[in-house]
Write a new protein. Structure first.
Length: 225
């Protein structure tokens, strides 16, 4: 039946001509790999980064509220305690602070290289940032050893107790942030639900937050000792 054949041919042409010239439906071209595509070389879709930025914002607010509660307890305890005994503030704390601030700078340099699609430069400076984070943690261990050498322990008095709690709790969060840096460094973003740019962005925000939080805590401990 000629009429039926003609209609079938028209339907076939319409189907082939729809969409992207008969190809797959449009997709998000922000790839997890360096070239923005998957292992087969084709672009693929990533989940919206909004959920990840919302998640890190909630995490930052939660951590901030936790430390503000500790600071409030610190102020109240210091004002009401007759057992508060000052101790020599370790000078190494300021070196560690400088290391952490420098890590924020190197992290932004790494992000700059990523925006330029210079992945070699990005990896180099991202690795430097990670190394500085590890150096900060090592420095904190040395600070605690110095206090122990002075005979200042966590249970010695309220002042030393709060010092160990503040620095120790912050160090735990830095360990988590260093783990995130390592995740971004070694993660294969091919076919990943999150793009490299999103992973770098949310990790950077949390890292900068921890840096600023540490400066605040160091000042509170120094002037409140």
């Amino acid at each position: 039946m000629p009429a039926t054949n003609v209609l079938d041919d028209i339907e076939l042409l319409v189907v082939k001509g729809s969409g992207n010239g008969g190809s797959e439906p449009p997709s998000d071209r922000r790839g997890g790999g360096e070239d923005g595509s998957g292992k087969d070389g084709r672009p693929y879709r990533h989940a919206s980064p909004t959920r990840y930025y919302t998640g890190v914002t909630v995490a930052i607010i939660s951590v901030l509220m936790f430390f503000m509660a500790l600071v409030s307890a610190y102020v109240v305890r210091k004002g009401a305690s007759s057992e508060w005994v000052s101790f020599r503030f370790p000078a190494l704390v300021w070196f560690n602070t400088g290391v952490l601030l420098l890590s924020s700078l190197t992290l932004e340099v790494a992000r700059g290289y990523l925006r330029q699609s210079d992945f070699s430069g990005f990896r180099r400076w991202w690795t430097i940032t990670t190394a500085l984070g590890v150096l900060f943690l090592v420095g904190q261990l040395v600070v605690w050893r110095e206090l122990i050498a002075q005979g200042v322990f966590m249970a010695s008095n309220p002042a030393s107790s709060f010092f160990y709690v503040f620095t120790g709790t912050h160090a735990v969060h830095v360990v988590g942030a260093v783990a995130a840096l390592l995740f971004v460094a070694f993660r294969n973003f091919d076919r990943s639900k999150v793009s490299r740019a999103t992973a770098v962005g949310i990790t950077s925000y949390f890292w900068h937050f921890l840096d600023g939080l540490w400066v605040f805590l160091a000042l509170v401990l120094y002037f409140g000792r």
